[in-house]
Design a protein around this ligand. Sequence first.
Ligand code: UD1
Length: 424
Amino acid sequence: MEDNMEKIIVKGGRELHGEVDISIAKNSVLPIIVATILNPTEITLNKVPVLEDVIVLINLLRELQCEVDFSPITGELRINTSNLKELDPNSELIRKMRASFLIMGPMLARFGRCKISMPGGCNIGSRPIDLHLKGFKNLGIESEIGYGYVEAKTERIVGNRIYLDFPSVGATENIMMAAVLADGDTIIENAAEEPEIWDLARFLNSMGAKIEGAGYGKITIHGVNELKRPKPFTPIFDRIEAGTFMVAAAITNSKITINGVNEEHLMPTLEKLKEIGVQCTITGEKMFVDGTLRKNSVDIKTMPYPGFPTDMQPQIMALLSLTKGVSVITETVFENRFMHVGELGRLGANIKIDGRVAIVDGVSNLTGCEVKATDLRAGAAMILAGLAANGQTEIGDIYHIDRGYTNIEEKFRNLGADIYRVHR
Ligand code: UD1
């Protein structure tokens, strides 16, 4: 899977035009797939995108004896977890994906225990799990860390009030899933407010869970005794993929139409792009982006939703590196999410880092060369920079990009970009 020999080649300087279809959100579909563990019946998800992270989860469920049927063409994913067996803590698949720690909540709800290898660090930060475990403890789940594993156990999950020190997306989701079948009510205070949390609750409620307030800072989960078979479910559109294409129009001074947007979910990105000088007009689920106007430098601080998304920070940095003036970008969510700065520098960007702050002094042009996708969104930033750079940009380590974008070269090619994948 991690084919280090694959590269994406972008020849810059083309104007984009036409329409692009946005896929279903990676960060919605991953927790929703994991949540099927709570309910041993046949469950159908629609429009599931072919992403490496999705494939890893599908293979993990198969390893656990679940029936899984996935049609990559229609995106129909049928899962039945009736025969689910307990997790092998040494499973290679678990180690492959950071989001796999989300399996803990539903596994605890189903078996009352779960042992899993500690999620490793990653390029963008250390990603601790203390908030997940603190939340579990309040629900009567004891956990222990040792020898590279986390082991959690409980006789009974009992609802309680949980205050999160930081609105962690993963911790909110894990606790929500653990609490669905608990005795009594659980209240999560300072919960993450991301649209994907709201979507997970919408899915859980479609199976008979009783969750209120998801999408806001206070979530109440009334424990239920059992779940029912849900109707086929379609998760929300990917706001980060949409944002990536919005920036693509801006960085290439083009006009494009993006199909599959939710204005409310995109608000933080829309507001910043407006300030930069990108005009976006939304009608229903369609957005017309005019990126041809003069652009201004801006200051950005990443924050939990509804603040500016950290998952859009590398892409917007690529745009600002070509925008006249000085922009200041502060990353407050992950402590080490500036790996792409060095790569943008190779392309000719002028960016200095001081702790969590990047100072971007816009240059008039970038020039293509060999770069690496240091993580998923950094990889997207490399494509965007490559679309605008003079000459050819060769992006390596693109398995990161495949974790979260489906058919990315094809989508850009359909917009008129000169981009292709090579196997070397
Ligand atoms: C999710 C998203 C990811 C996005 C991130 C922030 C998925 C699959 N991934 O990741 O794309 O970039 O939200 O919007 O949905 N933290 C702790 N203790 C914990 C948990 C988290 O200190 O127990 C810290 C992390 O180190 C990080 C911050 O909280 O600095 C945000 O992490 P979190 O919101 O948990 O992100 P993820 O759920 O991992």
